[in-house]
Design a protein around this ligand. Structure first.
Ligand code: SF4
Ligand code: SF4
Length: 167
């Protein structure tokens, strides 16, 4: 049987789960959130419950709680997946966009690591925000890294906006 487009694209992607596109996943109820917490996932209870990204259920590019994933995850389809389903983008083009965006996210993370000196936490945009807040305290050599970071993040946001979600 031919794999579905979701199987073909999402299993090599994971960008909507790893914090590259989104900051969190909205959960529909406290009950859903508690169920996920029992499965060992971190829940942000500050306002309406949400699953912070990168998601701890992500294993490589795959969801390890796929059968029990939240309702929002079940319903979510990025623009690229929708356009591929409509035949506006070929599968090969979609795969190339995914690889290009993954490489761009990796470039941004490499600069975060150089500035922060560690792995860091949170989505790409949250880490970017935190890094910018610390820019005034950075030493002169680090300012070069900030310039690179702004450039790479601009490029990342361009890809996200063009292909995945409306920012
Ligand atoms: S970003 Fe799109 S293609 Fe990638 S895993 Fe999410 S829905 Fe699938
Ligand atoms: S629960 Fe699964 S599908 Fe939802 S964000 Fe986490 S890894 Fe992705």
């Amino acid at each position: 049987m031919k794999p579905s487009l979701t199987d073909e694209l999402c299993t090599i992607c994971g960008l909507c789960c790893d914090g590259s596109l989104l900051d969190d996943v909205e959960l529909k109820s406290d009950g859903e959130a508690s169920g996920l917490e029992l499965m060992g996932l971190q829940i942000d209870w500050d306002n309406d419950p949400a699953l912070p990204l990168p998601c701890r259920a992500l294993n490589g590019k795959l969801c390890r709680i796929y059968e029990n994933r939240p309702n929002t995850c079940r319903r979510f389809e990025c623009k690229l997946l929708q356009r591929t389903k409509r035949g506006e983008v070929s599968v090969d083009e979609a795969k190339a966009v995914i690889v290009k965006t993954q490489k761009q996210a990796a470039s941004v993370k490499r600069i975060f690591a150089e500035i922060e000196g560690g792995e860091g936490e949170g989505s790409l945009r949250e880490r970017y925000q935190t890094t910018l807040e610390n820019q005034d305290d950075a030493k002169d050599p680090d300012q070069v890294l900030y310039t690179q970071l702004n450039k790479e993040m601009d490029c990342m946001e361009g890809l996200v906006d063009r292909y995945f979600i409306d920012l």
